[in-house]
Design a protein around this ligand. Structure first.
Ligand code: NCD
Length: 380
């Protein structure tokens, strides 16, 4: 794809391969929209408590009626394709719901029954979806680098739903929204990322995003699983122990142990016997009940899911009032609506007139939370 056929910059901002490509203003707009849509959705569903509280506090006041009701309207039958080459429950279904709530037609490629089984490659598959009219193509791959695929598309925006061990931008965004709902701003907050940082694309995206939002990121877990091959973990702060990371944290993001990504070298570094390592994982590195007791009362517990119960997090901790695991899932739908709105270049009339970008969304960042989540109350 040559630049002559596509205006420079437009596709880079419509696509979402890495949040590194997005200015802070765009990240904040997406978070603001997701929060507004969540408020509107809850109100429309009769879960009006949130809506009233948000309204009372002026939380959604900066949003136009258009923004609030957007999910109820169609957008002229836009087309979104999903192409998941790796298993997924939360991400795939929430992208599907998000696209449908935006009024788009959705096709979901069933890789197992597709021509991929006849040897068709990813690039050809994506080109085929684009030829059918898909304007946004949501992709999950075992491959780390989605850029060549994005560049090969001529009209469709590629949106990452998780790429190998490299990026999971929408998970990072929904985690941030979940934390902003509680804290208003991440400026000066300490976020402990615990567990298999080495293989986690979620950690990879957070290692870049959280510092941009002013958070202090602390890593803890098995030493052999903290070092990333792409070097992203090199400069991050290491806590001396998981206990100390949790004591210092405002929010704890517990990661899934990516057993399927362990290489022979990784296995050797874990002592050779992975099952034995796993049997003692909760006690040594996981969020056990005694460890959760070290987290401050206002602290948050997050996990991208799927959780490995009694390995990464003790079952008893699932019901801890500080746990936000289900809220993360809920927020994923709204964040993905907002991301797809970017991909489909859907803007509100105010944005088109250049008046809808509040000061808090400035590129430089001023430490304030995005409008719309600034004073959002806790919801559990
Ligand atoms: C994550 C993923 O697939 O990267 N899950 C998700 O998208 N919610 C985390 C994981 O599987 O460990």
């Amino acid at each position: 794809m040559t630049d002559a056929r596509r205006p420079k910059g437009v596709s880079a901002l419509r696509a979402l391969i890495s949040l590194d490509d997005w200015p802070l203003a765009q990240i904040r707009r997406v978070l603001r929209r997701a929060a507004a849509w969540k408020a509107a959705f809850k109100r429309a569903r009769g879960e009006s408590e949130f809506g009233r509280m948000a309204e009372d506090k002026g939380t959604t006041g900066a949003f136009s009626k258009w923004d609030e009701m957007r999910f109820e309207r169609t957008v002229g039958r836009r087309t979104v394709a999903l192409a998941f080459f790796e298993p997924s429950t939360r991400t795939r279904l929430s992208f599907e719901l998000a696209a449908k709530r935006l009024g788009a037609d959705v096709v979901d490629l069933d890789v197992g029954r597709s021509s991929v089984q006849k040897g068709e490659d990813i690039a050809e598959t994506l080109a085929t979806l684009e030829a059918m009219g898909a304007e946004a193509i949501v992709v999950r791959t075992t491959i780390d680098d989605l850029r060549p695929y994005g560049e090969a598309l001529q009209r469709a925006a590629l949106v990452s739903a998780g790429a190998g061990m490299a990026e999971h931008p929408t998970q990072a965004l929904l985690d941030v929204l979940t934390m902003l709902e509680a804290f208003g701003s991440l400026e000066g907050k300490t976020v402990a990322v615990i567990g298999d940082v080495r293989h986690s694309r979620v950690a990879a995206s957070h290692l870049r995003l959280l510092p941009r939002l002013g958070a202090r990121l602390v890593l803890a877990g098995p030493p052999a699983l903290l070092e990333r091959e792409d070097g992203r973990s090199a400069t991050a702060i290491r806590a001396p122990s998981v206990d100390e990371a949790i004591e210092a944290a405002d929010a704890v993001i517990v990661l899934r142990l990516q057993k399927e990504r362990l290489t022979a070298v990784d296995r050797a570094m874990l002592g050779g016997d992975v099952d034995r390592f796993l049997a003692r994982y909760l006690e040594r590195y996981g969020l056990s009940a005694p460890r959760a007791a070290r987290l401050k009362p206002s602290g948050l517990i997050l996990h991208p899911g799927p959780v490995w119960p009694d390995v990464e997090i003790a079952r008893a901790v699932f019901d801890d009032p500080r746990a936000r695991i289900r809220v993360q899932v809920e927020n994923g739908v709204f964040v993905r609506m907002a991301v797809l709105a970017e991909a489909l270049a859907i803007s509100s009339p105010e944005e088109e007139a250049g008046s809808a970008v509040p000061a808090a969304c400035s590129e430089t960042g001023d430490g304030r939370a995005p409008v719309g989540v600034e004073r959002a109350p806790h919801y559990t």
